[in-house]
Design a protein around this ligand. Structure first.
Ligand SMILES: [Zn+2]
Length: 637
């Protein structure tokens, strides 16, 4: 049930209604199961039939198949159901999202907001004839499941809904005291629950494991919070957050607000339950969202935002602090230069660490200096050799990568973000200070000079191309690069010449590898930066479109292909830009390295025939991702 393990796309979608929230909810007769002051819950047979058909469309495996029951039906009932199921495949097309939104509002009784649309009417017309089969074969079990879920939530709501509604209205600065319509269904969405606003409508799965038990209380209030906090909304906390970020001049990470919403609502639910003696761990922690997606957000939220949630610090003060926490840390003289997008550092400890790793991971010693080491005081030499042996023992052959990831944030002064055993990270950090004098004497002057030369030669290229590359990449990936990405310039990093860590973002770029000198420096830099807006941990619009197309087509996007796609896309963009600037013969990294010859024919075909037109700006994103996924080999079943 992978789809419930990635609840990060739980985004707010806007209806197109221009009117405000209707004063009363639509009359939906017997579908109302429970109505309170904050939520009205429905278990509606037509909505659930629709949900079942949607689920069947997007699922790789047959959903709750009931062949015997279907076989026992009158042929016309069975045929009508099969017809509807076939018809719903229309949702797995680029216009499917818009259709899904309109169907949702229609089925929830809100009427239609767009112009009359034959596609919407055609889908709705499938439902009445398909209903008898659904009601016979699935509905009794689905309805019972929905009602059990609603019934289990009721006592929690009765005891806590007013207090929570009041508390969250205060925290978000906008009233949550309206009844929200909640359709309870089996599947719901890829993420188990979601919300649309204007008018507001919530959808919750009664079978998603993460929505079970006490968590149901957080889930419904989480979705309700989405109607007052997020982009384009005007709840006071949201507008104050935007104002604070603007005043500070440093933009927040793109998904930070969603982590903040998870944190705020989850903490309020936890605090309320604690008052009544009920232990509860919030969704962020039980589902491991910090670890999986937002490691850098944990510290600021726990340290600077919890006091606001507790009512100990005023909103304006807490917002100021949390916005400031996202500025880059002060790294003193290690800062070499800054551009609109990047801040470049040549830092002795980061470089020592990189040097030790590459010695640990390469066949031959890297830049050995036996004479220099021999001239050092014995304790300096011993400390350096101790560190070198420790790194060789710990990191050879790609071992302990999570320690290295955690070290990167640590050395870039982002604080203690631990993705691995804290003691092991501390032990590695402890090797560095004693080894520094030897490194400083024997290698650092040359390394630092090499890094600074690399930055100096890059700056005129950035001057000439940064704005144009930012604009082109923003079009292709669907999102602008942040400002002030920290770039640590080191000797070696990876064979590709660069690598990113995400949330908080930091790039490592090699000043010594041939793959990152001259014009290639520009490519390596923007390629690594592109991974801050395209990838599992930084899912920008292009990434999301690709995942959705891949889900619809039941063809997974292989991890290494996503990486290839970034290499290909950004490389081509840099190549095209340099050609405009009078550099006609620049070859992008993948071609220089002869990678296409090593790709599978399917990958090569997908990138060169299908994806190149998108990179050239000749095909819209929705069509391009669909064609790209079509060009993939089918998933092994
Ligand atoms: Zn959400």
């Amino acid at each position: 049930m992978r789809r419930w393990l990635t609840p990060l796309l739980c985004m707010t979608v806007f209806g197109s209604a221009t009117a405000q929230q209707p004063a009363r909810l639509p009359d939906r007769g017997a579908a109302v199961v429970a109505a309170g002051r904050t939520f009205v819950f429905y278990s509606d047979p037509v909505f659930n039939l629709h949900d079942f058909l949607v689920w069947s469309t997007f699922s790789r495996e047959p959903v709750e198949p009931a062949p015997d029951c279907l076989a026992g039906l009158p042929p016309e009932q069975r045929a009508a159901f099969e017809h509807a199921r076939e018809h719903y495949k229309v949702l797995a097309t680029p216009s499917g999202n818009a259709l899904l939104l309109r169907l949702r509002y229609r089925l929830a009784g809100f009427g239609d907001f767009g112009s009359p649309d034959a596609v919407v009417e055609a889908a709705l017309a499938e439902l009445p004839p398909a209903a008898p089969a659904y009601e016979k074969c699935w509905w009794p079990a689905h309805d019972a499941r929905n009602r059990r879920w609603i019934a289990a939530l009721q006592p929690l709501l009765e005891a806590n809904e007013d207090a929570l509604s009041k508390r969250l209205s205060d925290l978000y600065g906008e009233d949550l005291g309206r009844p929200f319509p909640v359709d309870v269904v089996s599947y719901g969405t890829f993420v188990g629950a979601d919300s649309v606003v204007n008018p507001d409508h919530l959808l919750v799965s009664s079978i998603a494991p993460a929505n079970a038990g006490t968590a149901a209380l957080e889930v419904v209030f989480h979705e309700a919070s989405h109607t007052v906090f997020g982009p384009r909304l005007d709840g006071r906390l949201w507008t104050d957050l935007e104002a604070a970020a603007k005043a500070d001049g440093a933009p927040l990470a793109p998904n930070f607000w969603h982590a903040m919403l998870f944190y705020t609502t989850g903490s309020a639910v936890k605090a309320r339950l604690a008052e009544r003696g009920i232990p509860y761990e919030q969704y962020l922690y039980t589902q491991g969202l910090f670890e999986r997606s937002w490691p850098g957000f944990r510290g600021p939220l726990e340290r600077l935002w919890q006091p606001y949630v507790d009512g100990r610090v005023p909103r304006v003060e807490a917002l100021k602090q949390i916005v400031a926490a996202h500025k880059l840390p002060d790294r003193g003289a290690a800062l070499v230069a800054a551009s609109r997008t990047f801040e470049f550092y040549s830092d002795i400890v980061t470089n020592l660490h990189d040097f030790l790793i590459w010695n640990a991971r390469s066949q031959e010693p890297v830049e050995p200096k036996p004479d220099c080491l021999a001239r050092l005081p014995a304790e300096q030499r011993a400390a350096f050799e101790h560190a070198r042996d420790y790194y060789a023992k710990t990191f050879a052959n790609g071992a302990n990568d999570l320690v290295l990831l955690s070290m990167r944030w640590r050395l870039a002064k982002f604080g203690e973000i631990n993705l691995a055993d804290a003691a092991q990270i501390a032990a590695t950090v402890a090797e560095l200070a004693p080894a520094t004098p030897a490194y400083q004497t024997c290698w650092w002057p040359e390394h630092d000079a090499r890094n600074r030369r690399w930055v100096a030669s890059l700056l005129p290229l950035l001057d000439a191309n940064e704005g144009a590359l930012r604009a082109r990449l923003a079009q292709l990936y669907g999102q602008e690069l942040a400002r002030s990405l920290p770039v640590d310039v080191v000797g070696y990093t990876t064979p590709d010449g660069g690598s990113p860590v995400l949330n908080p973002h930091q790039l490592l770029i090699s000043s010594a590898r041939p793959s990152s000198v001259g014009y290639s420096a520009l490519e390596v830099l923007f390629r690594e930066a592109s991974q801050t807006i395209f990838g599992l941990r930084a899912p920008g619009p292009l990434w999301q479109a690709l995942q959705q197309a891949s889900t619809w087509a039941a063809k997974p996007v292989p991890e290494d292909f996503s990486r290839l796609l970034v290499f290909f896309t950004t490389g081509k963009v840099v190549q095209a830009r340099l050609a405009e600037q009078g550099v006609p013969d620049y070859r992008s990294y993948v071609y220089r390295e002869g990678l296409p010859e090593r790709w599978s024919p399917a990958h090569r075909e997908a990138l060169e025939r299908v994806w190149q037109p998108y990179v050239d700006g000749r095909v819209p994103m929705a069509d391009a991702v669909k064609q790209l996924v079509e060009a993939f080999p089918p998933a092994p079943r």
